[in-house]
Design a protein around this ligand. Structure first.
Ligand code: FE
Length: 229
């Protein structure tokens, strides 16, 4: 068996949100799919340890925000690498409320869906929530972010709780220069690429990054990076 065959499956990138007792939470998910068109029904696969899972169980409602290709890594980091148990993920984020009062992103999202859970399927570490569409809207024109684009172009990483997480990724042959990886999210600083979005020119070694530079994915400081080789 060659599990690499799984890498050829294509996905999008979404933020799934829910609510519980007046509190909101949301998380990044790539496993969102339409199941039927009549009635319009969608499904999401959510890790049982995630706070969003607890919220969906409680409210029986979730929204899906479809991210645009230009969505910044910091937004994906905010919803993908932080837990709603420790931080309010909606702090500083633009959002609207769907028909039943569930938040969805209004910046960097092309559209949103709201669904009411009609069935759930336990699947080991995850639950598949199947929901009937109760609200939906188009927010802007644009190209949706795909999982492949996030990895290949944006150099994004995946948390351990993602359904598609691969424990041991193959290392490329190491060049002479040291690599530094974020201990919080696994992002690897690439000297050749730099971090142009934050004013760091390509070719800047990690050691020469400004002291206030932070991980573009999760916001961790330089001190949380560790030398890899
Ligand atoms: Fe990080």
């Amino acid at each position: 068996m060659n599990p690499k065959a799984l890498y050829t499956i294509t996905y999008g990138l979404y933020v799934v949100c829910s609510k519980k007792e007046g509190r909101f939470n949301g998380q990044v998910a790539n496993t969102v799919f339409q199941i039927t068109s009549e009635p319009p029904t969608v499904a999401v696969s959510i890790n049982k340890n995630n706070l969003t899972h607890e919220f969906i169980k409680e409210s029986r409602l979730f929204t899906v925000s479809v991210l645009e290709q230009e969505a910044p890594l910091s937004l994906i980091g905010q919803f993908g690498f932080k837990s709603g148990r420790e931080a309010d993920k909606f702090a500083g984020v633009q959002y609207g409320l769907s028909q039943n009062g569930v938040p969805y992103l209004t910046a960097h999202a092309l559209s949103f869906l709201e669904a009411e859970v009609v069935q759930e399927v336990g699947a080991g570490t995850h639950t598949i929530f199947i929901g009937r569409l109760t609200d939906a809207g188009i927010l802007k024109e644009g190209a949706p972010m795909t999982y492949a684009y996030y990895h290949q172009v944006k150099k994004g990483v995946v948390p351990k709780t993602a359904p598609t997480y691969v424990a041991k990724q193959e290392e490329k042959p190491a060049p002479q220069e040291a690599k530094y990886a974020c201990e919080v999210c696994g992002y690897v600083y690439d000297t050749a690429a730099g971090d142009p979005a934050h004013g760091v020119a390509p070719g800047t070694p990690f050691e020469q990054l400004p002291a206030d530079w932070v991980c573009p994915v999760c916001g961790a400081g330089k001190e949380q990076f560790r030398k890899e080789n």
